[in-house]
Ligand binder design. Structure first.
Ligand code: ADP
Length: 151
């Protein structure tokens, strides 16, 4: 036995890859944070997107590098502008749940041409952000599959 599995075993493994096993810690900011502070936060936390929550800790927006670039080349005062003015907001946020498959996530990322999704749990008043899943997590999963199958 060479240790190699059949292609059936590989496709079974892919179908069983779920968000919970590959997700990362989310970086969350308040709606009232200034764009300037949020840009600093993104640098310091070394992430490509920030999730915005309201006073009840419910997901209200997403901020990406492009959102910050767009705002920065305008003539606005970044120190006076709160992030809720520039974020992509609910109900236009694409999200997923911890039990979803990575295939589902990959489809959403490609269809919407985005880099990350908030992993959420439903609450009475909206969605709470519990994690984040990005293209990097998918790449890591891809490599773990290669590793497990001696590719
Ligand atoms: P970047 O700006 O670094 O290219 P994205 O491609 O992820 O990052 O973001 C592109 C646009 O899509 C931005 O305006 C951002 O606010 C929005 N966006 C990012 N992630 C999501 C998401 N999960 N749901 C909805 N919109 C998103």
């Amino acid at each position: 036995y060479s240790g190699k599995k059949t292609s059936q075993a590989i496709s079974d493994d892919i179908a069983q890859m779920i968000v919970k096993d590959f997700q990362s810690i989310p970086v969350v900011v308040q709606e009232s944070m200034t764009v300037y502070d949020a840009i600093c936060h993104m640098f310091l936390e070394d992430v490509g997107s920030l999730f915005v929550v309201d006073k009840n800790s419910i997901l209200s927006g997403v901020l990406s590098r492009k959102d910050f670039l767009r705002t920065s080349i305008g003539n606005q005062d970044l120190n006076k502008m709160p992030v809720h003015m520039i974020m992509t907001r609910m109900p236009n946020i694409t999200y997923c749940f911890k039990g979803d498959t990575l295939i589902d996530v990959a489809k959403k990322l490609m269809d919407r041409q985005i880099d990350s999704l908030p992993v959420v749990e439903e609450r009475e008043n909206g969605f709470e952000v519990i994690a984040r899943i990005t293209k990097t997590n998918i790449t890591r999963a891809f490599l773990s599959l290669a590793d497990d199958h001696d590719l």
